[in-house]
Design a protein. Structure first.
Length: 249
């Protein structure tokens, strides 16, 4: 009679309860460690996507200036556009810019706007559209509009009409576009930001407590908005420089 040999292969052995509990504990620990990192990475990706959209909108605005002698449109001037299903004040500067982003046509913006607004929708804030009424997710600096007339009391040698924004010497420090504010009580309720009338409040820190900002020279940054003031520095605006007597063309 042949002897029978029995082998207990390790793969055939079942896990004990303690081993299963250890594995589950390790997996739970890994999830606890990785989930915040993944969430942060997701938010960082959204912030980068938002900054890219702002740059594209900024390029559209520069294309507008090429057609209008270096000037930007009046911020609250309509081109005859009607309402938009999601963007308030669509018929203001947004409609002008949309003619250069491929979302509308100059002849009839209200009838031609495209249903997909893509770059006009911040991925972090796609449907809120600023609870206090900002246009879409972004604001423009009202002080770059060609009809802006500065208060030059502090610098009487200046003309109230500061000329073409595309020629301003401080373009790298002047805000052009930014995320719209989301702080109740700290917005102008419109789709712009400016130094006066508490307008510096109208920029929102949607991205890891920071706001995407495009400056007048075209570069973009992500900057922290102080919780105590919800304001940008005064030197981000022409009028702020004039008040501080630091303006130069």
């Amino acid at each position: 009679m042949q002897a029978e040999y029995r082998f207990d292969h390790p793969l055939n052995r079942a896990f004990t309860l303690i081993e299963l509990l250890v594995v589950i504990s390790i997996i739970s620990l890994l999830i606890a460690v990785l989930l915040p990192a993944l969430a942060s990475a997701r938010k960082s990706g959204q912030a980068i996507s938002c900054a890219s959209s702002l740059r594209q909108i900024g390029i559209a605005g520069f294309a507008y200036t090429n057609d209008y002698d270096g000037y930007f449109p009046i911020v609250n001037n309509t081109i005859g556009a009607g309402s938009h299903p999601t963007i308030k004040f669509f018929n203001w500067w947004v409609a002008h810019f949309m003619c250069y982003t491929g979302h509308a046509t100059q002849s009839n913006a209200s009838a031609s706007w495209q249903k997909t607004t893509d770059i006009w929708d911040c991925p972090t804030n796609p449907s809120t559209y600023c609870s206090n009424g900002a246009s879409g997710n972004y604001v423009v600096n009202r002080e770059i509009a060609y009809n802006f007339r500065a208060d030059v009391t502090n610098m009487p040698n200046l003309d109230r009409n500061l000329g073409r924004p595309t020629l301003w010497g401080q373009a790298s420090s002047l805000i052009y576009l930014a995320d719209a504010a989301q702080v109740p009580g700290y917005t102008t309720n419109y789709n712009y930001t400016q130094a006066g009338y508490n307008g510096r409040y109208n920029v929102g820190a949607w991205h890891l407590n920071r706001a995407n900002i495009v400056f007048l020279d075209g570069h973009a940054t992500r900057e922290e908005i102080p919780d105590s003031t919800h304001q940008l520095p005064m030197t981000y605006y022409p009028q702020g420089h004039i008040w501080l007597k630091t303006w130069r063309n």
